[in-house]
Design a binder for this molecule. Structure first.
Ligand SMILES: O=C(O)CCC(=O)C(=O)O
Ligand SMILES: [Fe+2]
Length: 233
């Protein structure tokens, strides 16, 4: 396996036998600045992994509490109320407080993409019966947003769901059960668009209980103008 760096994106890429590259080197654990995350490989190309733990119970609870009063009906990029997502959601501002800054830094290190490429962290809440129908996270080619398209996603589960609410990848025959603090990761930065298309996914309806997730999307080019604010720690 050969690792090289693409200067343009400053993303470490790993070339595998199929001659496709992945953003994240496949490892069984990742030693980050402030924690160690265990990883389970769910699918190699396109790469889908499960991570645990990404957030502590306390961090999950704090995110839920900070997001709860700011939830809005889910709207798509063009501000139209979504027909495919019945959950409610919100976005945190970039580095809006020390908790968000710490979590964003950890996620960026884990996803192996500079923080300047990170959209604001999104939180979604699903009540019983609510779902997110099958979709891709990248924007369709030739749309304005596709000029700086998304390349990878991390969905962090902020609570345990009593029944339902799994993240399902129908074309890969994968189903990931929400577990507080764990996450599912996938990338769609392949030259072969057919591989990207395989990352179609949904959040099936919550049957009992509720579901909270935090989603981080990474872009091909920077979306944040500011660099890192020096870490006081
Ligand atoms: O809630 C989930 O399991 C998936 C969320 C999702 O697909 C997204 O935020 O793009
Ligand atoms: Fe998604």
């Amino acid at each position: 396996m050969q690792v090289r760096y693409l200067n343009l994106f400053r993303i470490a890429v790993v070339r595998d036998m199929s001659d496709e590259i992945s953003i994240l080197p496949i490892q069984s654990f990742y030693s980050l600045n402030d924690c160690v995350v265990a990883a389970e490989l769910l699918n190699k190309v396109p790469l889908v992994m499960r991570f645990e733990p990404v957030l502590s119970d306390d961090e999950c609870q704090q995110l839920i509490e900070a997001a709860a009063s700011r939830l809005k009906e889910s709207r798509l990029v063009n501000k139209v109320v979504s027909q495919i997502r019945s959950s409610r959601g919100m976005f945190f501002e970039e580095e809006e407080n020390p908790l968000i800054r710490r979590i964003e830094r950890r996620i960026s290190e884990l996803m192996n993409v500079p923080i300047e490429h990170a959209e604001g962290l999104q939180v979604l809440h699903y009540a019983p019966g609510q779902e997110y129908k099958a979709h891709h996270d990248f924007f369709r080619p030739n749309t304005p947003s596709a000029k700086n398209n998304r390349i990878s996603t991390l969905v962090i589960y902020l609570n345990d769901v009593e029944e339902g609410g799994e993240t399902v990848f129908p074309l890969l025959r994968l189903s990931v059960k929400p577990k507080r603090g764990s996450a599912v990761y996938f990338e769609y930065f392949y030259r072969d668009q057919a591989l990207n298309d395989l990352t179609l996914h949904s959040s099936v309806p919550v049957v009992r209980g509720e579901k909270w997730v935090a989603t981080q999307w990474m872009r091909r080019q920077r979306v944040r103008s500011l660099g890192l604010i020096p870490n006081p720690a």
